[in-house]
Design a protein around this ligand. Structure first.
Ligand code: GLU
Length: 293
């Protein structure tokens, strides 16, 4: 079931300028080797893939009590649906739909200034990617701020149920900025490696989270990472994955590799068409699907 979300992705005007024919893939193996093809050094807007990293950060800060604020069930609804939120009294179904990620931004904010929370998220993604050049594309952040009425509605709605602790404009400032991180496929694949490697970043040897938490984040990615296309992605690709409307997908082959793909042409639910196809071919050829070869 889908709510009336737009299939016209130009609702973030700055993203509509990107050539839909572009494609890139990066496979970061646990041996430290990164294999790339296509435009793998070209930065793109991470959008909702950032929700994996903010979830990781929030779990690190609050532990499992975080789950009292947001569920971990697939929504079966559009990424920006308000219908279910009303039925469930402002508690988002999972951390990957917009309402859930806005709640996670509220938890990371925790009374601090938005710029402090944004800085913390940027530092965390740089640490994961082992790359200090990663930045936020301010034009994308402001483009979304200017047109983000649907996200503002979700946030006000949750606040009306007493579900946000911080002012709506602060929470949205954090949310839009982490969605506007600009990364390359190579950076994204490396940043996601801790999820494939039991919580340890193979490049730096640093433990990011426990193996148990990595396994659980992967479970939520598998069931909820592609909005109301999550079942289809599990069926076709068979890997935990998180998509974003910038055209990126981060997929995790546990014990094997972290894979980032990017191609801005989206399907009607907001997932990269070519990206999913490439991942389907990859798992078909490698036998990496978590469901068996
Ligand atoms: N920043 C986007 C929004 O809130 C994220 C959506 C997505 O990537 O799926 O609309």
């Amino acid at each position: 079931m889908t709510d009336a979300h737009s299939s016209d992705w130009s609702y973030i005007p700055e993203l509509a300028n990107v050539d839909v024919n572009r494609f890139a893939i990066a496979v970061a193996g646990l041996d430290g080797q990164v294999h790339v093809a296509g435009d793998a050094a070209r930065p793109f807007s991470i959008q909702s893939v950032s929700k994996v990293f903010t979830l990781t950060l929030a779990l690190g800060k609050l532990g499992d009590t975080m789950w009292s604020r947001v569920g971990r069930e697939p929504s079966g609804n559009a990424f920006n649906s308000i219908v279910q939120l009303e039925q469930e009294k402002g508690r988002p179904r999972n951390p990957f739909i917009n309402a859930g990620a806005i709640t996670v931004a509220d938890l990371i904010l925790a009374g601090h200034e938005p710029r402090e929370a944004i800085g913390e998220i940027v530092r965390f993604v740089r640490f994961l990617a082992d790359d200090d050049t990663i930045r936020i594309d301010e034009r994308v952040a402001h483009s979304e701020l200017a047109t983000g009425d649907r996200n503002a509605s979700l946030a006000h709605f949750m606040r009306s149920f007493g579900r946000l602790d911080n002012p709506v404009d602060h929470v949205l400032g954090v949310y839009f900025h982490h969605c506007a991180l600009a990364v390359t496929c190579r950076q994204l694949a490396v940043a996601g490696q801790y999820l494939a490697a039991g919580g340890v970043s193979p490049k730096t040897g640093a433990r990011v989270i426990s193996a148990e938490r990595a396994r659980r984040i992967n479970a939520v990615m598998l069931t909820c990472g592609h909005y109301d296309g999550s079942g289809e992605f599990a069926y076709r690709v068979g890997l935990p994955g998180k998509s974003g409307v910038g055209g990126a997908i981060l997929a995790v082959a546990p014990g094997k590799a972290s894979i980032a793909v990017w191609s801005p042409g989206l399907d009607p639910v907001g997932n990269s068409k070519l990206g999913a196809e490439a991942l389907e071919m990859l798992t078909h050829r490698t036998g990496w699907s978590v469901f068996g070869a």
